[in-house]
Ligand binder design. Structure first.
Ligand SMILES: C[S@@+](CC[C@H](N)C(=O)[O-])C[C@H]1O[C@@H](n2cnc3c(N)ncnc32)[C@H](O)[C@@H]1O
Length: 293
């Protein structure tokens, strides 16, 4: 693993099972170009990192991270059939079993189980959900150093989130799914809220988008970004002191959010992340951490 004995422009030519098990965008050229932009470009960041792969599908990008030296990958995927394919694929390519785990279920409910990780992959999922801020908050609570994002974006003008029914029905049927795509400006506003810095992958300049089946990247309706979240993690002791400060200073649950914002700004923390750490203590009290005497 991680010996990079493959052509980075044609990664999936060496691992063709993923082209067969892919249920979305299954074209080899597309997968190869996305591999280059999303994984190869960031290989230095992946070396030795714990990676979380949100919406891991058939495990293609989890596997790619491991091939580039990630120490361990955890994926979350809500299709049982795709989780089965993932295990078959990684076993087939001889990945040691202790290097990966895949959680079957909704990413919103399972992300908190993952624990700290250095790099989060958020590929092809943002436009399937409708609560981006909640997802980013949950990612922030994991304190990754980097988030790599790949998403379709709305082409509407301004800082907007375009809400759509995946089936194109308008209005969507009762109980039907709702998806939403942020515009570029809306995505940037949300990332900036967390104090994260970002840089777009230059699909046009790279020449990769000229290939077949990449018209969305070519047209700019799909973008890829490297988001730098935290150069340094919050020391555990600072985190515990901040949680304790919230528990000590809050008057009641109704005003807790105001207290969290105040404490977060004093400690230089992201309020949404602090809120998750407070919730963790409230639901799973551990000795000495944020406990009121
Ligand atoms: C467009 S595919 C993207 C796959 C892969 N990440 C990529 O970029 O090539 C979206 C994947 O997200 C999964 N998915 C959608 N909503 C999900 C959710 N709420 N929780 C977990 N997985 C989800 C789907 O089953 C599918 O495998």
């Amino acid at each position: 693993m991680g010996d990079a004995s493959f052509d980075p422009q044609r990664f999936f030519d060496s691992f063709p099972r993923f082209v067969e098990t892919s249920e979305t965008g299954p074209w080899r050229e597309r997968l190869n170009a996305r591999y280059f932009a999303l994984v190869h470009t960031h290989r230095e960041l992946l070396r030795g990192a714990r990676v979380l792969d949100l919406a891991s599908h058939d495990g293609r990008f989890s596997f790619a991270a491991l091939q580039n030296g990630a120490s361990r990958v955890v994926g979350i995927e809500h299709s049982a059939a795709l989780i089965d394919k993932t295990y078959e694929n990684l076993q087939h390519y001889g990945v040691p079993r202790d290097r990966y785990d895949f959680v079957l279920g909704d990413l919103f409910t399972n992300i908190e189980r993952v624990g700290r990780c250095g790099v989060v992959f958020c590929f092809g999922i943002l436009y399937h959900i409708n609560n981006h801020m909640l997802l980013f908050s949950k990612i922030a609570a994991l304190e990754p150093q980097y988030l790599i994002l790949d998403s379709r974006i709305s082409q509407l003008d301004g800082s907007v989130i375009e809400v759509r029914s995946p089936l194109g029905a308008s209005p969507p049927p009762l109980g039907g799914d709702i998806e939403s795509q942020p515009s570029r400006a809306a995505l940037e506003a949300m990332l900036s809220y967390f104090g994260w810095k970002f840089e777009y992958f230059d699909w046009s300049g790279s020449g990769l988008a000229a290939a077949k089946h990449l018209s969305d990247y070519r047209a700019g309706s799909r973008v890829s970004l490297l988001v730098t979240c935290n150069e340094q993690r919050t020391p555990l002791e600072v985190r515990e002191r901040a949680v304790q400060a919230v528990l000590d200073q809050q008057q009641d649950r109704q005003t807790q959010w105001l207290t969290i914002k105040d404490v977060a700004s004093r400690f230089g923390l992201v309020p949404q992340a602090l809120r998750f750490w407070v919730r963790q203590i409230e639901t799973e009290p551990t000795p000495g951490a944020g406990r009121k005497e």
